[in-house]
Design a protein around this ligand. Structure first.
Ligand SMILES: [Zn+2]
Length: 274
């Protein structure tokens, strides 16, 4: 069974298993895996939101059986013969063998019966980095969404551009940025859901450029991480710096929403814009 077929069966139902620590990093309580899974991997004691992969996001957002993956067979290759710290091609081959499929997966689905284009980052694949393939999947999806006047929903989780692809990864920022412009020119709603963590070129090129930016509670969101900023500015950073709540209070995101409230909010926003 292909990944896509497996997810059609899963969509709208239980989320797939994810790697979990034995205790919650938020409150320290021992985790009941099945209970946590039934609550969409949000701690019932302290509301810590555990990171989800693209497969779980698709299952959470899409109506049952509606997910149609696009360009899932486009693959990254080591074009620059990158060897440090590990041979890049070997890293990609291992991740593919483990059942992951790039740092971005994209396709069409419905939410409460309304058609959308959905793209979900997967932090497990080289830190959710923006690669040539990720950029191509994002840009193609946005172009088709703009042409068909179908709303575009992004789930972001990324460390930035993929340095193993050098300038070829960096140019994806300009490409997806232009594609966001096409959504805007076509008057097509673009909703971005910022999850932990969203940083670097991904935050700078598309994740924070949506018409509506929604963040998960406690998610770290920014361009450069706090350690580098502190080294560059010699300044003490304020408490909660770069958290979703900090970004909300500074106008960088429009709302901070628990995972349970996300699908109802997306449904509401899509209804408003239909
Ligand atoms: Zn907890």
């Amino acid at each position: 069974m292909s990944i896509a077929e497996r997810e059609v069966g899963m969509a709208g139902g239980a989320l797939p298993p994810i790697d979990l620590p034995s205790n919650c990093p938020g409150c320290g309580v021992g985790l009941d895996v099945e209970d946590l899974r039934a609550h969409n991997y949000v701690c019932t004691q302290c509301a810590h939101h555990f990171r989800l992969g693209a497969d779980a996001w698709i299952a959470l957002i899409a109506d049952s059986g509606s997910w149609q993956e696009r360009w899932g067979d486009v693959r990254s290759h080591d074009l620059l013969n990158w060897k440090v710290p590990k041979p890049y091609q070997a890293v990609i081959d291992k991740l593919l063998k483990d059942g992951l499929n790039e740092a971005v997966r994209t396709g069409t689905c419905t939410i409460a019966g309304r058609s959308i284009w959905l793209a979900a980052f997967d932090f497990r694949f080289v830190g959710g980095t923006l690669s040539i393939v990720a950029g191509e999947r994002l840009a193609r999806g946005m172009e088709q969404a703009a042409a068909a006047h179908v709303p575009y929903v992004l789930i972001a989780a990324s460390g930035g551009a993929r340095m193993q692809e050098g300038v070829l990864a960096l140019m994806q920022m300009a490409k997806v940025n232009a594609a966001v412009g096409r959504l805007d020119a076509a008057g097509v709603p673009f909703i971005s859901v910022l999850t932990d963590p969203t940083f670097g070129g991904t935050a700078a090129s598309l994740a924070l450029l949506a018409d509506i930016n929604i963040a998960e509670p406690g998610a770290a969101i920014g361009f450069t991480g706090p350690r580098v900023i502190k080294q560059a500015t010699y300044a003490d950073l304020p408490p909660g710096f770069q958290s979703a709540e900090f970004q909300l209070s500074h106008g960088q995101v429009d709302m901070v929403l628990s995972r349970t409230e996300l699908r109802p909010m997306l449904t509401h926003l899509l209804e408003m814009h239909s």
